[in-house]
Design a protein around this ligand. Structure first.
Ligand code: ZN
Length: 250
């Protein structure tokens, strides 16, 4: 009887470890500090559809902006990819060396925040929190909330792009059913995704700021399906960001 009890306890511990590891693999929520990020650096290399950032196939003005920002933003190399972030106070990106040197999605996303800060002009607020982008984002959100279908997204490859998942969890923040369906769909597909911490996303301006960085991440990529997703579901926000980037001399 004692042996059976021991075996049961061992199996229970094993189940907790396995489920915990799986949960940790597919879902990373974090965010603290000024503008934090939900990053899963490292897992993207497992994708059967590797995505490049900042290469020839990225949007030219975004590529120019990215290279400019990499040379004009402070960089602090860190060990823990979970602590990647952009600090506007220091105008500094915190990234693991691997992300900074290999131009990963995490790097593109953090420099997206640096871009947002750069574009603020005289305002003390990120560009993404100012009127122009706020209006564009609100319009895109209300249309997307009526027309978006999860199953359609999973018929394409766009869902594999971590920035796409981050956008979805932001746009459908507060819609518990959609959040559940999205989470279940990613878990079923066994594909890692980005999602910010609930308490951080409660603020609309944080959601706008994260979506801005995600849009930049996608424009900077070679991911044609994710770009098509932007043009279908976030046309105004994407255009607003692009117009701003294109009017600068990088
Ligand atoms: Zn972020």
């Amino acid at each position: 009887m004692k042996r059976v009890a021991c075996l049961f306890v061992l199996l229970l511990i094993l189940a907790v470890v396995v489920i915990g590891s799986f949960y940790g693999y597919v879902r990373t929520q974090r965010d603290n500090g000024a503008v934090s990020s939900a990053l899963l650096a490292g897992f993207t290399s497992l994708s059967p559809h590797p995505i490049t950032y900042g290469e020839e196939t990225s949007e030219p003005s975004c590529r120019q902006a990215y290279h400019y920002l990499k040379g004009h933003t402070g960089v602090c190399l860190i060990e823990d990819s979970g602590s990647s972030r952009f600090s506007p106070k220091e105008n500094t990106v915190y990234l693991p060396h691997a992300d900074f040197s290999a131009d990963t999605a995490a790097s593109a996303h953090e420099f997206g925040h640096a871009l947002d800060w750069f574009l603020r002009g005289e305002s003390p607020q990120y560009y993404s929190r100012q009127e122009t982008f706020s209006h564009a984002y609100a319009a895109d959100c209300s249309r997307m909330q009526e027309t978006f279908l999860v199953q359609r997204l999973f018929e394409t490859e766009a869902y594999r792009n971590p920035a796409v998942s981050d956008i979805l969890f932001a746009v459908f923040y507060g819609n518990e059913e959609m959040t559940r369906v999205l989470t279940a769909s990613y878990n079923t597909a066994g594909v890692s995704y980005w999602q910010h911490e609930e308490s951080y996303m409660r603020e609309l301006h944080n959601r706008q700021t994260e979506v801005f960085a995600d849009i930049f991440t996608i424009w900077l990529s070679d991911d044609a399906e994710a770009k098509a997703f932007l043009q279908t579901f976030l046309p105004q926000s994407s255009r607003t960001l692009l117009e701003q980037v294109q009017t600068q001399r990088w």
